[in-house]
Ligand binder design. Structure first.
Ligand SMILES: *[C@@H]1O[C@H](CO)[C@@H](O)[C@H](O)[C@H]1NC(C)=O
Ligand SMILES: *[C@@H]1O[C@H](CO)[C@@H](O)[C@H](O)[C@H]1NC(C)=O
Ligand SMILES: *[C@@H]1O[C@H](CO)[C@@H](O)[C@H](O)[C@H]1NC(C)=O
Length: 348
């Protein structure tokens, strides 16, 4: 199968586009009570990793954060006691990849992570995408290759389907589809491929489907270029229902481009805007609200993904991971090492 590599947005050419997108952002003007929400950095890489990019995260039932690194290494940072003021980090590396993307918990304390090889220019190496299992049930985590998917372009967000399924769904931003991968057998197939997953045709570095989540019989996904969130019905196996409509749920008010998202208990979408340097909350047709950050701030600079705390102590915390504005420096020049920010959403 011939893969349209011209479609790929290499991580580094993303730089140029995203810089443009950021400077084109209108300044948020409306005032919403309670915002900006309190936010503080709980963990940041040091100056030895200036060009570092955190891409996604999952939360363990014990409260530890599992943060995936896209650059420079295929590392999972386990961050324990994230709100303690002095969280401890340990690293699990994935052999056979040099960058990691989406991550989700397939069974208690066992996680599936997407990854692959990125070339020196940041472009994905053809045929290098794969999924790995990382088992945190023992003191020393173990890793296992689940499947290599040579036909894939570049993986992105990843979600489980249900508690009784061994399969995951993984977004492929390179070829604009969502794959279903059975993590027991390694078998894979296309789960969904709809026009709403395509990038915009008029953008040179095109990025379509990005984050994916499953809720109540639907696959929710966002599209970077369209700054929009959609859903489509899926069956029990996680396959798109044939002929079913894809619904547009919301389009972000401020950002031109968006990265991954989460869905809260009330069905609102919290979105990492990456080049926008903000977290924005969207709720149907209402204008979305910037709750943290601004284009000219480092607070959540280059934010890539978010997750809710899972323990009693942090159930009102939204954790955000960042790429340090690597692709689109704040004010044109400012970048920083990748970090994790805790947003307190109490009362919001
Ligand atoms: C991460 O990558 C850098 C640059 O390639 C390398 O020097 C460093 O040893 C790696 N660190 C880890 C923890 O793998
Ligand atoms: C690209 O196309 C979209 C959708 O058709 C449109 O809204 C947008 O303004 C276009 N952007 C440019 C830069 O032409
Ligand atoms: C970016 O520039 C604006 C305008 O000069 C300034 O207010 C802001 O503090 C700058 N941001 C950073 C992180 O220095």
């Amino acid at each position: 199968m011939r893969i349209p590599f011209t479609m790929y947005a290499s991580i580094l050419t993303l730089v140029a586009l995203a810089t443009k997108a950021a400077s084109a952002l209108p300044a948020p003007t409306e005032q919403t009570a309670g915002v900006p929400l309190p936010a503080h950095t709980i963990f940041q890489l040091d100056g030895t990793l200036p060009n570092s990019w955190f891409e996604n995260l999952a939360v363990r039932r014990n409260g530890d954060l599992l943060v995936t690194m896209l650059m420079p290494n295929a590392s999972i940072y386990s961050i324990s006691e994230p709100l303690s003021g002095s969280p401890k980090a340990s690293i699990t590396n994935i052999d056979g990849a040099n960058g990691l993307l989406g991550i989700a918990e397939i069974s208690p304390d066992v996680f599936i992570v997407a990854g692959g090889q990125l070339g020196s220019n940041g472009e994905p190496v053809l045929g290098s995408m794969g999924l790995w299992e990382v088992d945190f049930r023992k003191e020393e985590p173990t890793t296992r290759l689940v499947a290599k998917i040579p036909e894939a372009g570049i993986f992105n967000g990843l979600t489980t389907i249900s508690s009784c399924s061994s399969a995951v769904l993984v977004a492929d931003t390179g070829i604009s589809r969502v794959w279903r991968v059975d993590t027991m057998t390694g078998e894979y197939e296309t789960a969904a491929e709809v026009p709403e997953m395509l990038p915009l045709a008029n953008i040179t570095t095109a990025l379509g489907v990005n984050g994916v989540k499953v809720r109540g019989g639907y696959l929710y996904f966002d599209n970077t270029d369209r700054a929009s969130i959609f859903r489509l019905p899926i069956d029990k196996r996680g396959m798109a229902v044939k002929g079913a409509e894809t619904e547009l749920l919301t389009k972000l008010t401020h950002g031109n481009m968006i990265d991954d998202f989460l869905i809260d208990e009330e069905g609102r979408f919290w979105v990492a805007t990456n080049s926008g340097n903000t977290v924005e909350v969207a709720d149907g047709d209402s204008p979305s609200v910037v709750v943290v950050g601004s284009p000219s701030e480092l607070t959540v600079a280059g934010d890539t993904a978010l997750a809710l705390g899972r323990t009693k102590a942090d159930k009102n915390i939204v954790y955000v991971v960042t790429s340090g504005a690597l692709a689109h420096p704040v004010n044109g020049t400012l970048t920083e090492p990748a970090k994790v920010v805790a947003i307190d959403r109490t009362g919001f």
